[in-house]
Design a protein around this ligand. Structure first.
Ligand code: FPP
Length: 245
């Protein structure tokens, strides 16, 4: 882990795991094989983050838009998720990793909701790292969902419109309780946010790599963190102001 400064790690890393389909095409394999290889990278990345000492890892595993992919692909992704949760639960428990999720979880099938709920419950007390899966997630949907909940709470007299602030608003998002991501990684040479963590990424550092997600390994993660460590995060202030503090 040369070059990695363990004193300046991003607390929260978010990843847009892109390029499974192109990886499969490149190797003349079906898209579903690409996703299976992608699941392997998930395993490697979770392990590496835990070992390095990352506190929060959010993975964009399935977007609201992904429901509109061909039904066989959606089915295969759901099956992969189920297999992943079943196979990885003992490892999550052993490594003190807490599983959480964000997104429209109600849209998932009953059996998946059950396995997910069970895994979240069994890891709820874990303190080593939070693995947060974005499932049926969309940033705009999340914001609309929060606005509706705020309106309802105002109507019910639980909240006063005057008291709605940035902090209060954040608490109505799926990510309530999670810090904003410090570093967002997107693989496969695409430079988009694709409806991911729109509100939360206001001051996030972005890192793009051409590596396709199924090829993503620990060294790529370390490269991204080292790059992050070279940046000066100003949060709208000047460089001089930061140096004085
Ligand atoms: C993007 O590749 C990836 C996805 C839509 C889903 C991510 C899913 C996994 C990594 C597999 C399993 C996940 C878990 C949590 C077990 P793409 O299909 O958009 O690739 P393309 O842009 O090259 O077509």
């Amino acid at each position: 882990m040369k070059d990695l400064n363990l004193k300046n790690l991003p607390g929260h890393i978010a990843i847009i795991m892109d390029g499974n389909g192109r990886w499969a095409e490149k190797h003349m394999l079906g898209r579903i094989t690409g996703h299976k290889k992608g699941a392997r990278s998930v395993r490697v990345t979770v392990k590496a983050c835990r070992e390095i000492g990352i506190r929060y890892l959010t993975l964009y595993a399935f977007s609201v838009e992904n429901w509109f992919r061909p039904s066989e692909e959606v089915g295969a992704l759901m099956e992969l998720l189920e297999t992943y949760l079943r196979l990885e639960l003992p490892g999550l428990i052993k490594n003190d990793i807490r599983l959480t999720s964000i997104g429209d979880i109600e849209a998932l099938s009953g059996p998946i909701r059950e396995i997910l709920g069970d895994a979240m419950e069994k890891t709820a007390g874990n303190k080593g790292m939070v693995l947060n899966l974005a499932l049926s997630y969309g940033g705009r949907d999340e914001i609309v969902h929060a606005v509706k909940k705020i309106l309802k709470d105002c109507q019910d007299g639980i909240l006063r419109p005057h008291d709605v602030s940035k902090d209060v608003f954040s608490r109505y998002l799926y990510t309530c309780g999670l810090p904003d991501p410090d570093l967002l990684i997107r693989t496969s040479g695409e430079y988009r946010l694709s409806n991911f963590l729109l509100w939360q990424s206001a001051y996030t550092e972005f890192y793009f790599t051409d590596v396709l997600w199924p090829d993503f390994r620990r060294k790529h993660l370390v490269d991204a963190i080292v790059d992050f460590q070279k940046r000066e995060r100003r949060f709208g202030l000047t460089s001089g102001q930061l140096q004085r503090d």
